[in-house]
Structure formats: structure tokens, C-alpha cells
Design a protein around this ligand. Structure first.
Ligand code: ZN
Length: 258
């Protein structure tokens, strides 16, 4: 059966702290993407019987430990997404090791089982795979197309085409231009239609596609409408047996060494 892997990236203020856009002195631990967007997202996932991987920055073990525990209690998977969304391909070897070790330790301290990693920015370094193995992780999800298992790690890549932020945000204008797409952002309605069509045209029987959504973007009521439609589409594909809709780690565990 074709597989659609459902993933969510980023939690709370982590990436704003990293980028330096979080106002100094602003209290931490009450970001609207967590207090407003998250509860209704979790409800909607339950309603459609969908489970997903949430790639979160490990600083959230300190900021939102109860939210992380709730995700797992509700049947979802947690994956690591840096400490506070460090642009992965720019890290020095020492920084990369330090950030990943700090992240895995933070999850262990809360006794949260984390086996997957998605590099913020989508690119691994030449050292990442060995580090993941060393730190006890078993799969990763960089930008790319081929799912495979090699060097002790399963790869469940994502395509930019299936990332909400890539289409909606000004910040990705140059990446869109670089990839030969229209540099202008799509409207939420345009994106919902496009993603729904892409997901409904299913991959080959043994193939997969990975959907990447960001809870902070769901604070826009127009895009939240689009997300609700998309989740309904995924729920329907799963219910009618046309596709398996899975968290990434579950799909990763089916990949044989190549
Ligand atoms: Zn991210």
C-alpha cells in the first residue's frame, strides 16, 4: 500500500529564540501556537484517527514538558528538531555534536522515547548519520526523495513541495525561485487545494510521501481551514484503505537495508 507520512515541525518560541526575533524579557512557555493552535490540532487528529510525528526543538523539554508528554500519551511520536532550531548545515562539527547530545539527554531526562531526527533547514551534514547512530537514534527525515535504510539509519525524506511553510512564507521566496517555482507565496486556499491534489495522487505501492505542517502557521484562520480539509482528506484515504497514513518512525521500521 502507498504510505503517507504525517509530520509536524517546530513548537513554541524555540525558532524565534534562535533567530533572535523573540523580544527580550517576553515570558517563555505560553506561545499561542502551543496554547491556541495545538489543542485544536490534537483534537482534529483524534477525530480523524490520525497519528503523526512531531519534530520538536528539545528546549521544549524545559518549556512545555506536559505538552510533550500529552503528545505521546495520545499516540503520537516525538522526533528531535535541534535544541532551538539551529540551521543544521551551518553547524561546526563540535556544535553539531553538542546540540544533538544536549537534545537527546533532555528527552531522556523526561523519559520520552525519541528515535527520529529532522534537521532544521532540511540538510544533514556529512557527520550526522554517524552521530545519530552513536546517540541511539534510528531514523531521520532530511529533504530528499528516496526512502531507504543505510549505515544503520532509516531515511524518510520530505519534499519541499509538501511543506506548508515553503509555499506560504515570504522567508522561502529565494528557495522557491532557486527551485524554479513561482517566487510569490500561495494563498492558504490555493495551498490547501494543491496539497490535497498532490496527496490524493498517491505514490507507488511501496513509495511514500511526507507531509510537513507547522502548528504556528495554523494561527491564521484561513490556513487552519485548509489544514482541517487536508486532515479530513488524509483520514478518508486511511479509512477507505487507499493509503496508510503513519508517523515517520512506523514507516521507517518497515524499511529494509538497501
Ligand atoms: Zn523546522
Amino acid at each position: 500500500m502507498s504510505t503517507l507520512v504525517l509530520t509536524f515541525d517546530n513548537l513554541g518560541e524555540a525558532s524565534e529564540l534562535e533567530r533572535g526575533t523573540w523580544l527580550a524579557g517576553e515570558p517563555l512557555g505560553r506561545h499561542p501556537s502551543v496554547t491556541v493552535a495545538f489543542p485544536r490540532l490534537l483534537e482534529e487528529l483524534d477525530r480523524h484517527g490520525l497519528r503523526a510525528t512531531f519534530f520538536v526543538e528539545a528546549i521544549n523539554c524545559e518549556l512545555y514538558p506536559d505538552v510533550l508528554r500529552e503528545l505521546v500519551a495520545r499516540g503520537h511520536e516525538l522526533g528531535a528538531h535541534g535544541w532551538r532550531h539551529e540551521q543544521w548545515s551551518r553547524l561546526s562539527p563540535g556544535q553539531e555534536r553538542g546540540v544533538l547530545a544536549r537534545a537527546t539527554t533532555a528527552f531522556e531526562t523526561l523519559e520520552l522515547d525519541v528515535r527520529g531526527f529532522r534537521p532544521p533547514g532540511g540538510e544533514l551534514t556529512p557527520r550526522t548519520t554517524a552521530l545519530l547512530v552513536e546517540l541511539g537514534l534510528s531514523w531521520c527525515s532530511p529533504a530528499g526523495t528516496a526512502s531507504e535504510r543505510r549505515d544503520g539509519i532509516a531515511y524518510v525524506p520530505f519534499e519541499w513541495e509538501l511543506v506548508d511553510a515553503y509555499h506560504l512564507m515570504e522567508r522561502f521566496r529565494s528557495l522557491r525561485a532557486q527551485r524554479g517555482a513561482d517566487p510569490a507565496p500561495l494563498s492558504p486556499a490555493q495551498l490547501a487545494k494543491r496539497l490535497s491534489a498532490t496527496l490524493s495522487a498517491l505514490p507507488d505501492a511501496h513509495g511514500h510521501r511526507t507531509l510537513v505542517l507547522h502548528p504556528f502557521l495554523m494561527l491564521d484562520p484561513a490556513w487552519w481551514e485548509g489544514v482541517m480539509d487536508l486532515l479530513a482528506t488524509l483520514g478518508e484515504l486511511a479509512r477507505t484503505g487507499r493509503a496508510a497514513v503513519l508517523p515517520g518512525g512506523e514507516f521507517a521500521s518497515t524499511l529494509a537495508p538497501t
